[in-house]
Design a protein. Sequence first.
Length: 323
Amino acid sequence: MKTNNRLSFALIMIVVVLLLLGCSNDTEKETLIIADQFGLAYAPIEIMKNQGFLREALDGAGLSTVTIEWKRLGNTTAIREAMLSEDLDIGFVGIPPFLIGVDNGMDWRIISGISQTPSALIASSKAVDSLEAIDDSTRIIVPQPGSIQHILLSMYAKRMYGDSKKYDHQLVAMSHPDGYTAMRTGASNTLHFTTPPFMQQEMKLENATVLLDGETCFGGPFTFIVGICPERIYDNPKIYTAFKNALEKSIEFIGTYPEDALEVLSESYDYSEADLKAYMDHPQMIYETDVRGLDAFVSFMVEEEILSDSILNSDLYWGSDNE
């Protein structure tokens, strides 16, 4: 009888400990670290920050002690490394590098889409005035190999030339601001696959030529940027839900109060409201939570052996509604 009592007591204590651990999961996090990248595709994050939507959502969830830290990183490689070291909790990336991360064992999944975005491959000199003028000396600036710009270019090369790797040996990895600086030098052998506002700024450069756009590469509209987080954040339901609600509110704010959004973003990005309005009025600049084109990216990248077949059975979204 005493043995049974001891066993029962031990089992009760285990249950109590597990319950305490489960209850503490929402409160153990002291700082929520969020990173976006460069460009207007990430405008909802600036709205969230400026309007205090995330702070409001966390406070409403009883998480007023959780502080928020905002970062801006140059590419998905930096986001992946920061997330692996737990120096980052939520990030925003293009679909292809997100998929490559999943295929390589990252436990991140999609929280939500945030934007469709125009993109263009731009030449800085009359020396390259068409795709046919590209030769082996031409350098093509993209954020990183495996970036959405790289995969879009590969899609076009596969469809037009039967070789998805046609331009791979010409890629140069640079952030969008650094790419814009390189384009301003007017180097005759430099191209940049970029997005607003850098796209429009480069199009104003003397001798600039648009050689190709993203929707032509893809074959139609697609989501450019998604929000992602690892399992440790999804398993923190109050924080996860607070962030998702704040993101949805930020996207809705841009559509409902466009003039207020322009004022906020003009200050954040240091552009005039007139210029910013011209950038954001582009018909391909759409802020929404839907994720479009994911299956097409997966199919192409598996077919070209950029991803393994195992990605086809991967859970790519957090939340049972999307799985």
